[in-house]
Design a protein around this ligand. Structure first.
Ligand SMILES: Cc1cc2nc3c(=O)[nH]c(=O)nc-3n(C[C@H](O)[C@H](O)[C@H](O)COP(=O)(O)OP(=O)(O)OC[C@H]3O[C@@H](n4cnc5c(N)ncnc54)[C@H](O)[C@@H]3O)c2cc1C
Length: 448
């Protein structure tokens, strides 16, 4: 394999010295051994849906998508899923075989290992916490210890793998606790505008939903909300709210919505000259009582040169926050309710730095309010930031485990130690006005 590679952000472009796609454990081990011999940093890669070069390296790129399989272990009732399996494929397998998982992310093409390496949160996390809570064990290939089979109950230090961004080894298999039956939900939709942030959040929480998908347009201060209640949450449970449309499988439903969104995004990119648009995005998790204060930091959104500005607002209620506490590198750091503000924007290359400075300010506000950033987008690539966000105990634990499995620090992962983010700048050229590009995208996909 050769050529230039980028990721969902399209801001970092690299021409890696080596690009391999091993399909067996031995080939994966060989690839890591070669990195050691050649002194190359290796970035593990799934489908490249993260941003800011997290899955990129100018040394080696180790594509893990060939570890793609799904198999039910009849003895344990657990699902064994290859790390390279796309989420969409997992959702379809579960639907076909009559099983489900409490939480899955919305992006159908992300791989399971990529999602778990980033964190793994979905619209039902409001009730169930992170996807990691369903993971019983993992098989990981590390540079120094080779293939390691991990039982998370017996080896809790490995819970640091969730949110480590490939720092501890390539996840080739995940052992998941699945439940019988689909995730049937009743959904209600609403739209409102001009409501103060605290009141909007109170409306989201009203009725204790098991599912929340809220899109907030900061330019027009408009909310489009979908809330749902599980119809099969527990055997014999009475539905909390029998009103609303019945959705037979919530994960399929969310995936379809995300696919439509991604189609629109592709059309925006297609309408611009090649290389002149980038994505800038980040999710900020803020304690629920600080949502109003965070809203003040969002005000510049109205003046920013953003295309497709969407703030995807999510919730994590107290009981769900409890489930995050086992996972020190995830964005919920206290046993308390949180609101997540997922900012996603398409930006002209020439405006990228300005927008990124605003994201820096949002991050500062988030941390000052007791929150954390979910790190699949832009964040400061150094250990000092990680220590500030996650605390010394978590980062010391990560560094200690890293020394055990990868003494030579071959794997890229979260930037502990010397800074090693991928570089690869582009020149910017004049771009058509934003409204014109958005209109072109609407024409292309019929305003979907
Ligand atoms: C449109 C969109 C919607 C999204 N929705 C959600 C969502 O609902 N919930 C959510 O949690 N996230 C969401 N994300 C973020 C996404 O899940 C993460 O960025 C995820 O990492 C992408 O998976 P990937 O396979 O593309 O990984 P990549 O982008 O290829 O890699 C991401 C990280 O994982 C590491 N990695 C990749 N494969 C392996 C492996 N086999 N073993 C160890 N490390 C590995 C890489 O080194 C890198 O650090 C979304 C992203 C997009 C673009």
């Amino acid at each position: 394999m050769s050529g230039t590679l980028t990721d969902h952000g399209r801001r970092v472009h690299v021409r890696p010295a080596r690009h391999t796609a091993p399909a067996q454990v031995t080939a994966l081990q060989d690839a890591l051994r070669q990195c050691r011999q050649l002194g190359q940093v290796a970035a593990l890669r799934g489908n490249g849906c993260s941003s800011n070069g997290l899955s990129l390296s100018e040394g080696a790129i180790v594509d893990c998508r060939a570890f793609r399989s799904i198999q039910l272990d009849a003895d344990s009732g657990e699902l064994l899923v290859g790390g390279g399996t796309p989420i969409g494929e997992l959702i379809e397998w579960l639907a076909r075989h009559g099983y489900s998982l409490p939480v899955l992310p919305s992006n159908p093409s992300a791989t399971l290992a990529g999602v778990l390496s980033a964190g793994g949160i979905g619209q039902t996390s409001v009730r169930h916490g992170p996807i990691a809570a369903s993971v019983q064990g993992l098989t990981v290939v590390t540079p120094d210890l080779g293939e390691v089979v991990i039982d998370l109950a017996r080896q809790p230090e490995w819970r640091l793998i969730f949110g480590s961004f490939g720092a501890l080894g390539a996840i080739i298999q995940v052992r998941l606790r699945v439940q019988p039956g689909p995730q049937q939900f009743r959904l209600q939709t609403s739209e409102y505008g001009g409501v103060p942030m605290d009141e909007a959040i109170a409306r989201l929480r009203a009725g204790s939903p098991d599912y929340v998908l809220a899109l907030y347009d900061p330019k027009r201060q408009l909310w489009r909300v979908e809330k749902g209640h599980a119809q099969n949450a527990a055997p014999g449970a009475v539905p909390v709210d029998a009103a609303g449309a019945l959705v037979p499988d919530i994960h399929r439903h969310v995936q379809q919505k995300e696919a439509a969104f991604l189609q629109r995004r592709e059309a925006v990119f297609a309408a611009a000259p090649a290389g002149q648009l980038v994505n800038i995005w980040a999710d900020f998790f803020v304690p629920v009582e600080q949502a109003g204060a965070f809203d003040a930091a969002l005000a510049p959104a109205a003046r920013m040169p953003l295309m497709m500005p969407v703030i995807n607002v999510g919730l994590v209620e107290d009981a769900a926050a409890d489930k995050f506490m086992d996972f020190p590198l995830l964005p919920v750091g206290r046993r308390a309710a949180y609101v997540s503000f997922g900012l996603y924007a398409v930006v002209g290359l020439a405006d990228a730095e300005r927008v990124e400075r605003w994201f820096d300010a949002l991050r500062e506000t988030c941390l000052a309010l007791g929150g954390r950033q979910y790190l699949h987008g832009a964040f400061p690539p150094h250990e000092a930031f990680l220590r500030r966000q996650f605390g010394d105990a978590a980062i010391d634990g990560l560094c200690a485990l890293r020394r055990r499995v990868d003494r030579a620090a071959l794997l890229k992962g979260l930037p502990t130690g010397p800074q090693r983010m991928a570089s690869g700048q582009q020149r910017s050229e004049p771009l058509a006005p934003i409204a014109q590009l958005e209109q072109a995208a609407d024409d292309h996909i019929g305003g979907a």
